[in-house]
Every structure is written in structure tokens, then in C-alpha cells.
Design a protein around this ligand. Sequence first.
Ligand code: XIL
Length: 464
Amino acid sequence: MRNLFPVSGLVLSVALIGAGFVSTFAADETLRSYAEKNGIYIGAILNSQWFGGGLPSQYEQVHKTQFNIVVAENEMKFDATEPSENRFNYNNGDKMVRYAKQNGMRVRGHALAWHSQVPNWVNNYKNDKKKLLSVLKNHIDNVVGHWKGQVDEWDVVNEAISNNEPQWRTYSVWYQGIGPEFIDSAFVWAHAADPNAELCYNDYNLEQGVNPKAKAGFLLEQVKRWVANGIPIHCVGSQTHVEDTTTDKHFIGSPDSLRSLARELAKLNIKLKITELDIGFKSGINVSKSDLERQGQTFRQYLDIILEEPNADTYLIWGVSDKWSWLGGLNRQKGLIYDDNLKPKPAFDSILVRLQNFEPPQDTVAADTTANDTTVTDSTGLDSTIVIRQTAGPGSVTMHVAGRTLFIAGAKSAKVDVFNMQGRPVFSTKCEKGSIELNGISDGLYMVRVRSGSASLVQKISIK
Ligand code: XIL
């Protein structure tokens, strides 16, 4: 079992009191509490507006309640931390590190060597290899050194591979001025500055197949070389900025492809992290309820990689609410798990339920790997009534199902909510007489939550 968390029980039980939104789940049923149960990190960026104090308090409340890893949208990039030569600005980064400490969160640093968001003064040295090497080294020494022991992991190199043919990205001041060995050097310097930090190579379009023609295939060859040469690299970050499958005809990425990359990396003892997930729709189109449900399934399929692959531990979303998202600039919309009003979307529920009911692979219940099912059939024939979660109250509530009758014992009166395995509510009622009939629901697996006073029981049931 992965044991990753410096987080206290107190922090975990922070409730959504005052958050002002209504979810189908109780306040203590947070993404982070279930992520921690499964030994993984779940997170979202702190948007740039947060640093300036420009976001409603509800934003921060949601962020710290639901997530246990954080990264700054822009505030640790080169132009933010070294706006003029050898003059460093750590104010915003320090603010985030303090916030992370207060809320028991892991910190990602993003990003040290990248072609974008590089301040203009660096370009003055574009024809001077020796100087550029010392500029990059000085930056890494200072920035990583400043947050030594406080930033747990770094994107040391970001987006160094070209989109089209698999080769290095040539329009980068680092590549042009130094050559591809800037990458090797950056890792060595970052490791020297903080030997305990986890160091990642981070890029996008890595979910498009692991073959020599795809970006991930090219990257894999480089990772093999870095590992063989003793370059201190520990992880690959897959940004995973993807578009909803049905609105993008050219979409060729898939969770399965990313899973293949994770497995290849496992052979090299390198981790895979999902670092910047969003699943947007094309701008301008009407996004229906069922589109949002499908989006939730895709979020869940990417989560499955992190839950199921032993060398995958992090699921980070590039934003909290659709209201504050960089996706508009990509001609995409609605790619996150909270809507404009900070209300959880179906994707939130899909993720939460998956975290709640995930059982390690040796378990007997067949995993749901289909994208569009609304219910999951228990193909094993084994008893699938598994208690997911129980909060004790006075007396103990139990439930069992026989045919289509759900029997509830231990509570005179209880509120019953039935969810499909993607977390969408399908049926709610009050039980006053010890049993209810589950008519009008198709056969399959469901999650049932029974609440009575302070007691609550969540259980998986099978209706046949
Ligand atoms: C984006 C930010 O979200 C924007 O605010 C900024 O204007 C541009 O950068 N890949 C990365 C991130 O590694 O740093 C990018 O963040 C999104 C794509």
C-alpha cells in the first residue's frame, strides 16, 4: 500500500460548512479523504486569480477541502520567479507553500526549463551557449534551493518534445542555445539543489499511443536513455489536456494509451502522474446533461489508471471551476469538475464514487471499463453487497437486498439514496417500515446510502 500522506485526521475531516453548495454527498465525503484511503494524491491548481486575492472565499474552501496536492497555475514559472536577471521573486510561491502547509497538502513545483513564459532578458543570450547554461543553472539552483524540503516534486523540464513528428521541440531558447543536453543538465542541477525532491519530465499529448510515431514513444526512448545514463529522473507528468471524444473528430488520445505508457515506465521504475487534466468541449457548442455525464466517465477512466497502476500516484486537474479556466484560449469550454457557480458537476460525482468504491485489482468484482454504461453488471456471480463506508451512530444500521426489496435494520426511519456506479443519483426515498421496493431500476450494481440520525451506511448492492 502506498503511504504518502503527511495529512492529519483533522484536516481530512474539514467539512464543507459555509461552502454554500449542495452536493448529493455528505460534507465529510471529500475527494481527498477517499484519495488518501487509496494512497493517491488528488489535486487542482491554484488559479492565478487566487494569488491576487481575487476569488470568492468559496473557491478556497472547496480547494482545501477536496484536494491534497497543489500546484501554481503560473507563479513558479521562470518569468514569475526570475523576472529580471538574478533577481528572484518568491512571494507568490511562498504564499502557496504556506497554504499547502496549513492544509496538509503536497506541493508540486511547475516548471523549471520550459520554452514558454521565459522572460525576455533570457533571449538576449540565445547565441551564447555558455551563458545560457549558467543562466539555467543559476535559476534552478536558486529556485529549487529556495524551496528545498518544501516543494515535494518539480517539473524540471516541460514540453521539450515537438507535437508533430516525434523529435525535440526546436523553437525553444534552451534547445536552440544549448541543444537537447539542457534536459540532462537541468535534472542533474535540480537533484543537486534538493536531493529529496521528486523530479519529473512533463508534457502533453502523451495519451496518443506509445509507438515510435507518437510523442510518448519518443519520450520513452529518451527516458530509457536518461535512466541508463544515471540522470536523476523519477517521474513523467502527463498533462492530459484532452477534448471530449464526441466533439473532436480528430481525437486520438485515450486512457488506454496512457495506461500503456504507465506500464512501460513501470519497467524503468519511473512513475506516471496526471498533472494538468482537463476534458473540454469545443467552444460554442451546446453542452447537454448527457455530454457532462460522458465527460464524467472520461475523468473516471483517467482516474482508474492512477488507482490501478502501482507506479501512478497523482491525479491533478488544471483548475477548479469552469469559470476560471485557461481552456477558453484553446477554444474549449467546461473542461473541469465544478461549474461556473462552483457546484460539483457529474464528473465530480464520478470521481468521488470511484474513489469510494475502488477495490484493489485482486478483488472479485469485475471492474467497469466501459465508457457509457449506466449500470455495471456483476459478471462474477459472487455476492457483491460490499460495505463501502459506515459511520456509526446510536445503534448500527445494516441493509441487505433480496430480489428487488431492500431491507434496512437498525433504524426506524431512514433516508435512502441510490446511485449508479458513476455516482449519479437514480432514486431517493424514505424508509419507515424496514424495507423499500426498488422498482423501476434496471438490473446491475448500485451504491446505496442509508442515513438515519448520525449513522450512515454506504453499500454496494446488486439488483438482479
Ligand atoms: C497555462 C496557464 O493556465 C495560463 O494561465 C497561462 O496563460 C499559460 O499557461 N501546459 C502547462 C501549463 O504546462 O503551464 C499551462 O498553463 C497549460 C499548458
